[in-house]
Design a protein around this ligand. Sequence first.
Ligand SMILES: O=C(O)CCC(=O)C(=O)O
Ligand SMILES: [Fe+2]
Length: 358
Amino acid sequence: MGSVGVATSHHLYPPFPEDITTAPLVSISLSKLEAGDESESKAFFEAAQNLGFFYMKLEGSALGERIINGAEALHEIQQDFFKRPNEEKEVYSREKIDAFMGYRRAELKENDEQGRQKRNETYNMRKDDFVGNVDPLPCHELVTSNWDTLKDYVYDCRAAIDLMISLLEKHLQLPAGTLAQLHRINERSGDHVRFNQAAIQDWSEERAKQGEHTDFGTLTILMNWLGGLQIRLPETKEWVYVKPIPGSAVVNLGDALVKFTAGILRSNIHRVVPAPSPQNAQVRNSLVYFSRPEDAVVLRRLKGGLIDKQPVDEKEEQEPRMTASEWTLRRSVGDLKGVYTHKDGLELRENMMVSGKA
Ligand SMILES: O=C(O)CCC(=O)C(=O)O
Ligand SMILES: [Fe+2]
């Protein structure tokens, strides 16, 4: 695939520090995956099993470069959106429009220079609205006026995700289509684009802890301009920063893939904390595409291939059978807040920070 050229805005921010420990994410090239490169595909599957987080190098792929350019455009739009008056944003708050989609804020105890209470904010926009699977929810004027940019971003992220889904099927030795048919873009699902903004804030151990989470869904494509994302290393349990790499996305796997594969794949715990100095004096935005199984899909182990070789454990048997939409709702606003791992099941937690989770 030909390169169309990309320019990112990372250079506008202070640099990520050189002298801190960072997460050992491998880099997987989208263009190599598109070209059917076997060793790249194997490295992708290993990353999906071992850490559940990796960089996806987007440069050098036409699709990847559309994602980068789309993300840069949406980054401008999200900064514009979050600058709007609170009353204007709150018209689209989740309490008013939908249980999961829309604007949400978490108020911090600190005030900003203008004496207004600081907020961490998110705005979730559902894939189904852009694809035309439903009547769209009410949305802010910046969404309406940038509809095609958002719609292209949805389709481009989904194209990359669909490619990864097909490779996962292959490596799991499942019949072709086993996972793809649970993720048809024209069916209703909880897929969404999220604008994220975190205020400038001091480190708070309590907030850091409350923000620990796993993503609920299938695959997440994350675009970051500043540090602040941390993952907990599976072996040492140490929390380490993920360094943003211009031209690459951070991709991670969610709980649904753990359930479907009876724990072959990993949904790793992570959180967002203040960026490391000197990046911590900036408002922090990130842009996320979350993919989820179709709403009606029951989250349980699939049959076939390598999954049949996984032992059946008691916890898995006892877990309530839920559809993807039930799972998302109960994980986000209901009684199943926590961190999900196949080995230990759902680790329920009180007081999780709603805005920090996915
Ligand atoms: O902002 C980030 O870097 C990560 C956000 C995240 O993990 C989430 O929204 O689920
Ligand atoms: Fe997340």
